[in-house]
Structure formats: structure tokens, C-alpha cells
Design a protein around this ligand. Structure first.
Ligand code: CMP
Length: 363
């Protein structure tokens, strides 16, 4: 027990925890060993456990479309962890994890992971930062193969030329980014469109022909322009809502990080709130076309504008209260401007319990 706690305390995400918390976690860990060249996680598989390496090394391997060999994006060793992304996001494994030699590790099951995150939210936040970094690195490596860097991101959405990014690569771009929306292609005097739902191709249209024929036709196009239009996911709500549902408080969480969105969403869902999330201002505006939140919890800086711009735009329609969360230092101008506009709070903590308290006070 003593030795295990020493190992755990050297793991960065657990460093801040006291003895009692470490013991709570230890009780939920399972010791596992793996032989050399063993695939512990397989890309695309569902994931229900994460691992903390005690000894040995693993390679994180991705398989970009059209490339025969797997590409290692990272090598992890003692004190590192892996397999957390699937548990945090509910998405399939983002990469394969293959042992270089014999490996000893602790495994943590999803149900125990959920309990631990709920009890120690600071872990999910430090994990969230690592996950964002890992995702960026993985996408960068993949993009070297998929030529996604040739995709320009405009206010309309990603666009570019199919001379630079062939249609087959565009389809895998949409799949790997879980796109929900449309991708229209103009090639000379021909027009075609793909529709995606959470990365799965739903329909292919060129003129009035069948999907299969349309796909064959479009795959033969070698020049032209494409435009991707992302449609924000909307909650599938039952039209016949009962009174209890109607009176649930509504929260919109806006943050660039999927993990931060998921962590806060999970907390408020658990408390019976109706929750929607968006990654940026544009997606929030789309969501609010049909659904008006009681409070917006947002990062102070989003990919398409500042928090102040977000408040100004939203308040043109409705005076919705804002809570801004950040762990960065805030410019005094931001605080002053927010005070002037009123009905807004800033919290410098990512502690979910603190955010819940703030929301409850405001509501
Ligand atoms: P998960 O997606 O559940 O399964 C594969 C794991 O590989 C993933 O969680 C991360 O833990 C890990 N991983 C993915 N990309 C990277 C990366 N760029 N650097 C380090 N680890 C990664």
C-alpha cells in the first residue's frame, strides 16, 4: 500500500491529492501486466478503462487514411497515463496503445473513474489540459498525412480546393472530426453534397441519382471547391415535455475544450439541469436560435471572439446572465467592461462545485 501511494503521488494528476484521497483511488486500481508488442487499446474500439504506467513503455499509434503503416505520435513511460480520452468523452479510442516491451500498469474502470472525477474535479481539469494537448499533437501528425492543413477555416466553415485535399481525404476528415453538417462540392458546372451526422455519412447527392452512383461520380472529380458547413448538435427532446421538464433550469456551456464542456455538462446533468454545449460563439448562436438558456457558462476567450463580444451579441436578443471561467489572469479591462454590462460573474476556479454554487446563487 505504501509503495503504491508513492507511485501514485509521482503521477502529476494525483500530486495535489492528500493521503486519504490517494487511498480512495488505490482501492479502485487493478494491477495488470502486459507482454511486449501487446495492443492494450485499439483505435476505434469503445473504451471502458484507463491505465497508469508503473514500468515499461507504450507507443501511441494512429493509422491515417491511405497510409499503410501506423504512425507513432508519442511514447509514454512510468507515471504517464493513457486511455483517459474515451472515458472522458465517450468517444471510441483515439489511437492504439502498443507495448514496446513488458509493461506493468494500474487499470481504472470507467465506473470508478467517474466516481473519482466527481469527488476530485481538479483531476479532470488537469487531465483536460493534457487531453487538449494530446489531441492537437495527434491531429497534427494525422494532418501531415491527410493534408488537412490545406483546409482553410473561414467564418462559413472549413473550405478549400479538392486539388489540395482529395474528396476521399475530406470524407475521412469529416469522420475523424465527428462532423454533423454538410459538405458541398462544386466541380466545373457540377454540384454535389455530402451530409454527415456525428461523422457518419448520411447521404450523397448529385442531381437525382442514387447515393452510390453519386459517390462514384464525386470520387472521380479531381478539381473544384469544397465548403463544409457545421450544424451544431441539438438535443433530441421529446416534444411532449412534461411540466417538470419545462421548469428545469437551462445552462449553456461554451468552451473550446470538449473535455471541459463534458465535465461541466456532466455535473449539471447530474443536478437535473437541462444542458446544452457549444464550442464557440457561432455554435452558441445557432443553439440559441431554438433554445434559450437561463445562464451561459463560458470561457473568457473563444476561437471566434472574446467573452465581451459574446455578451454583446447575446444581449442584443436577451439579457442572459453570464459566468466566465478561466484559470488565466484576467485583464482589468475585461472585468470593468463586464461590470458595466451587468449580470455577469467571473470565476478563476475550474472547481465544478464552485461553478455550481455560482449558478445556484444567480438563478
Ligand atoms: P483513448 O482515446 O481512450 O485511447 C488511446 C489513448 O492514447 C488516448 O485515450 C490517450 O490516452 C492516448 N493518446 C492519444 N493521443 C496521444 C498523444 N498525442 N500523446 C500521448 N497520448 C495520446
Amino acid at each position: 500500500m505504501i509503495q503504491i501511494s508513492k507511485i501514485l503521488q509521482s503521477v502529476p494528476i494525483f500530486k495535489m491529492l492528500g493521503k486519504e484521497s490517494i487511498n480512495f483511488i488505490i482501492e479502485r486500481l487493478k494491477f495488470k501486466t502486459f507482454d511486449s508488442k501487446n495492443t492494450i487499446c485499439k483505435v476505434g474500439d469503445p473504451g471502458d478503462e484507463m491505465f497508469i504506467i508503473i514500468s515499461g513503455k507504450v507507443d501511441i499509434v494512429i493509422y491515417p487514411e491511405g497510409v499503410e503503416e501506423g504512425q507513432a505520435v508519442a511514447t509514454l513511460g512510468p507515471g504517464d497515463y493513457f486511455g483517459e480520452m474515451a472515458l472522458l468523452t465517450g468517444e471510441p479510442r483515439s489511437a492504439s496503445v502498443i507495448t514496446e516491451g513488458p509493461v506493468e500498469a494500474f487499470a481504472l474502470q470507467q465506473k470508478d473513474f467517474d466516481v473519482i472525477l466527481e469527488r476530485y474535479p481538479s483531476i479532470s481539469l488537469s487531465m483536460g489540459k493534457i487531453v487538449s494537448k494530446r489531441l492537437r499533437e495527434t491531429l497534427k501528425t494525422a494532418s501531415n498525412f491527410r493534408r488537412v492543413e490545406k483546409i482553410e477555416i473561414t467564418s462559413e466553415g472549413p473550405s478549400g480546393n479538392i486539388e489540395d485535399v482529395p474528396i476521399i481525404d475530406l470524407i475521412s476528415f469529416a469522420e475523424s472530426n465527428s462532423l454533423t453538417g454538410s459538405m458541398t462540392i462544386n466541380s466545373g458546372d457540377k454540384n454535389g453534397a455530402f451530409e454527415f451526422e456525428r461523422g457518419a455519412l448520411q447521404s450523397v447527392k448529385v442531381g437525382g441519382v442514387s447515393d452510390d452512383k453519386a459517390l462514384d461520380e464525386m470520387l472521380s472529380w479531381k478539381s473544384g471547391h469544397f465548403q463544409i458547413k457545421v450544424r451544431p448538435l441539438t438535443l433530441k427532446t421529446n416534444k411532449k415535455k412534461n411540466i417538470e421538464e419545462e421548469s428545469r433550469n437551462k445552462i449553456l456551456i461554451v468552451n473550446n475544450s470538449l473535455v471541459v464542456r463534458k465535465v461541466i455538462e456532466r455535473a449539471f446533468n447530474g443536478l437535473g439541469y437541462e444542458v446544452n454545449t457549444a464550442r464557440d460563439i457561432a455554435a452558441s448562436q445557432d443553439t440559441m436560435g431554438e433554445w434559450i438558456p437561463d445562464i451561459i457558462i463560458s470561457d473568457i476567450k473563444l476561437s471566434d471572439g472574446s467573452g465581451i463580444e459574446f455578451v454583446e451579441l447575446t444581449r442584443k436578443e436577451k439579457n442572459i446572465p453570464f459566468i466566465f471561467i478561466t484559470d488565466n489572469s484576467i485583464k482589468p479591462e475585461f472585468e470593468e467592461k463586464l461590470q458595466e454590462m451587468g449580470n455577469g460573474e467571473i470565476t478563476k476556479t475550474h472547481e465544478v462545485s464552485e461553478i455550481v454554487k455560482l449558478v445556484e446563487n444567480m438563478i
